[in-house]
Each structure stands twice: as C-alpha cells, then as structure tokens.
Write a protein that binds this ligand. Sequence first.
Ligand code: GAP
Length: 514
Amino acid sequence: MSLTPEDRFKAVVAHAKEYGFVFQSSEIYDGLAAVYDYGQNGSLLKNNLKEYWWRSMVQLHENIVGIDSAIFMHPTTWKASGHVDAFNDPLIDNKDSKKRYRADVLVEEYVEKIRQKAEKEVAKAAQRFGETFDEALYRQTNPRVVEYLTKADAVMARFVQALEAGDLDAVRQVILDEGIACPVSGTKNWTEVRQFNLMFGTKMGSVAEGSTDLYLRPETAQGIFVNFLNVHKTGRTKIPFGIAQIGKAFRNEIVARQFIFRMREFEQMEMQYFVAPGTEMEWYEAWKEKRMAWHRNLGFSASKYRFHNHDKLAHYANAAADIEFEFPFGFKELEGIHSRTDFDLRNHEAFSGKKLQVFDPESNTSYIPFVVETSVGLDRLFLAVLSTAYDEETLPDGSVRTVLHLPPALAPTKAAILPLVKKDGLPELAHELLNSLKFDFHVAYDEKDAIGRRYRRQDALGTPICITVDHESLTDGAATLRYRDSMQQERLPFAAIPAKIREVASMEVLLKQL
Ligand code: GAP
C-alpha cells in the first residue's frame, strides 16, 4: 500500500509507541517537549545502530580508537571551543502566528524552493528530449533555469554575508526583501532577529555561593579534543589517526519538532580524524565518500541520500557537508562531515597553556594537527531507519500486513521461537531451543495467540526469522523457519539454525559488505 509521506510519518510515530520503540519522556506527567525515551525494542535497535557504527570505526580501522568522556567538562572548554560566544541560532518571531523560527532555516527553505523550481524544469526537459538531452548544457543555457539558480545563489550569498558579519538587521532584511511568509499565518509581519545560545547551563557544588557554572555538552567532540594528547601518548598513535566516541549531547533547541529528529537531549556518534596540515581537504573528501558508503550499505535506496555542501560554515570549519536523508518530511541533515582545521586544538592550547602537538620525526618539528570530523546523530539515524523500514504491505489475498523491513543485523530480535501450541511438550522443546540460541543472539519466545497473529506481531517488530516448533519437531529434531520479507518457509534441523541466523542477521555480514 503506498502511503503519503505525511501518513507514513504519522503511522511511524504511532507504531514506535505501540510496539515499544519510542515513548514521550515523562508521559504520565504529560511529557517533556522534545525529550524522548527508548523502549524495550527501541533500545535494542539503537544499540545495534551503535554497534554498526562503533565496530566499523574502531574495529575495522587499525588507526581509530574509541573513548568515553564525561558529559560535564571544565567550563573553559566551551570558551575555548567558541560555543559560549558563537553557538547561537538567529531567531525570528511572526507577530501574527506567534510562532518562532530559525532565520537560517526560513531562508534555506525558501532558497531550496527556488532550486526545486529549476530542478523541475530540468526534469521536464529531460523527459521531453529523451536520450539526446544534454543536462549540463541545458542548465547553463535555459533562461528560466539560469534565472532560478542565479537567484537562489544570490539570496544565499547575501544571507551568509549578513550572518557572518553578525549583522542581524541585514539578516532580517533578506527575509523582508524576499517576502518570506510565515508558514502558519501566511503573513510577513516579523519581529527583530535575536541570537539565542543553545547550551544548557547547570551548577556543580553543594552551596549556591561556592558552586561552579557548567554546561551540558552540546557536542561530544570536545571530550575528544581535550583528551587528544592523553590518547596520543598512551596509545602510541601516529598521524593520521582517529578518536571515536558515542555519547549524549544537549541543546536548548527552540524550534524542536518532528519527533526524534530535533531533540533537546540526543546522542551523537562522532569521530575526529587528526591529520597533517595541508592534507585535510584530501581526508575531508575521503571521509565524505566513506560515510556515504556506510549509510548506503544499510540497503535502502541510494536515491534517499544526497550531499549538501554548506554555504554557511560553523565557527570552527573551513569546509562542511551534510549527508542528507529523505525523511518523510523531506531531505534533511543526517550526518555532518566537517574540516575543523586546527581551530579546536589551537584554542585549547591557548586557553589551557598546555601544548597539544605531535612530533614529526621527518621534519624534526612539532605541530598542531588539523581535524576532519564525522558526526552522525544516533536518533536521526534511528528515525531514518525506522521510517524507511516501515511498510503497510498488501498481500496476494488482499489483507494488509504492517512490517518493518529493517536491515536484519539491526533488528531488535533476530529470531522468535514459537511453539505451535501451548501443550504436548512443545513449549518445553521451544525453550530448549531458545536457551541454546540466547548466548549468541537476541531471541524471543512467544506462545500467545494463533500462529498467524504471532507472525504478524514479529513482522511489525522487524524480526527477520520466526522459528516454529511443532509436533514433528519432537521426533525429527527440526523446526520451520519463516522469513519476514519473503514469508517463505523452510525446515531446518535444530543444529543448523545458529548458522542460518548468522547468515541472515549477523552484524559481521553487514560489516563485511563495507
Ligand atoms: N560536532 C559537530 C556537530 O555537533 P552538528 O551538525 O551540530 O555538528 C551533528 O551535529 C549531528 O548531530 C547532526 O548531523 C544531527 O544528526 C545530530 N543533531 C544535531 N542536533 C540535534 C538535535 N537537536 N536532535 C537530534 N540530533 C541532532
């Protein structure tokens, strides 16, 4: 059954709750905005996503190591990193709808619409001219396409210039001049633009007077930078090398919406790759490609991913690109790849007074390495996977089944063991099988309801294999395996089942494809 993107998104949010993937935080108290909890199945899926990332980084690269640094950090960290002064969103309110927006998002969405108009012209022409179509030439010469693209570039350039100059009046003027309207009220009745720092503050210490003001980290990367020398010295690493980390980050997002896409407490998987100055652009390009391949390896359509090169760079970057994913609400950032220069280490050196350099025996000099960063939001990845895997499939008999076509290695449960009936020794035999498998795989047991309904429930959870133990199993020592996607069945002896689960659903298979 084909769902509209809006219906798919609504269905995914409802499914996530109904099947124990994601719950609103503190729901019994009416919830806390933009904060979510992962349930019994969600936490397993999330752990599998972490494992896929961690093992691909730390286990598959001889020169990448992992750390786990604290959320609380010395407050000077955030001065040095630039987050106290520069980690701001420019906000603007519409006076009629009273809705608040990020000015950069308003302008970016406006520019994207202009670019889409050009893309539509190109697509129409491609259809009209067929095989003889010269796309590059058409883009350069068709007056309407040229007009749209020139306009999009000009608006963006003007906006970036205003932002970089910190000129908030000029930022507002772009919105006014372009006639950008509030998506809710449809009016252009805008307030001034204000800067809003996104870091959450807290206090450490037992008495108010003697306490220290701290921030909850807005990115995990700084825990890597401040440990750079510890790892380099104790790990005997050589440039180029990487440090990876998975952990919580916190941002006081003003425009927090779209379920787990933009949260106030979220998790990042970041890797900082330390390279020799002058080689950073090479590594930046290499990591862009590597990370795209990692995402595409999950098996979803390649057309769901694209790069978006940044016009407006973060305060620490000299080049940056997003890997965007087609969520049900459109293409949005999933991962950022940034060339961070030596900005962070140089500033930490200046603020701490400690040398953060490596020695190059060839030139007999020390230098501050440059950094290429890959940073993916775990929750966004979760949403990308869940929303794409979700399907309401019409079967040949006309019935509809809800199924999660999750990459099997990510599925919360690898196999469900189902005794055909709740008697005649079948539950005992099914438990024997379960107990023999549980050391290697996350397996589940279910004996409630008719077998068809149990299959449907496992489909909705994304379980790749159901294993039915029936009366014949008591004598032939075999069971029927039913596969989620094809719904095909095959009979296998108990002894062959572990190898089959491994072949279908192990992380090793996914990693070896990289
Ligand atoms: N260390 C670099 C950094 O933090 P970023 O682009 O601000 O860069 C990296 O964030 C990734 O973290 C994003 O691509 C996104 O996946 C995720 N992310 C950022 N803010 C988020 C939020 N409020 N909720 C969920 N994920 C978020």
